[in-house]
Write a protein of this length. Structure first.
Length: 95
């Protein structure tokens, strides 16, 4: 068996840049949410959900992942049972 081919330096640099940007966004978001939580006495759950959604979408955008939300009713939640399927079935994924 031959050894795997090494990645070109540009892909390594991009990977490190994307990883660093993700860590930076998550860290800054967490640092920002702590004083906001303290000011609101940790009772503004809708605000935290909104900020978390923005952070999550930012990380997905950084990695170049597109997200599609499909729903049938006006409220956005299905009326019956649903099954959510990811296109990457690895058990060690973080997201």
């Amino acid at each position: 068996m031959s050894a795997p081919l090494p990645r070109p330096p540009s892909s390594r640099a991009r990977l490190l840049t994307v990883m660093g940007a993700s860590v930076l966004v998550i860290t800054l978001g967490s640092v920002l949410m702590l004083p906001i939580g303290a000011l609101t006495l940790f009772r503004a759950r809708r605000l935290y959900s909104g900020i978390t959604a923005i952070l999550a979408r930012s990380v997905l955008w950084i990695w170049g992942i597109r997200m599609a939300v499909q729903h049938e009713n006006a409220k956005g939640w299905p009326q019956g049972q649903v099954v959510y399927v990811s296109n990457h079935p690895c058990t060690i994924d973080l997201f």
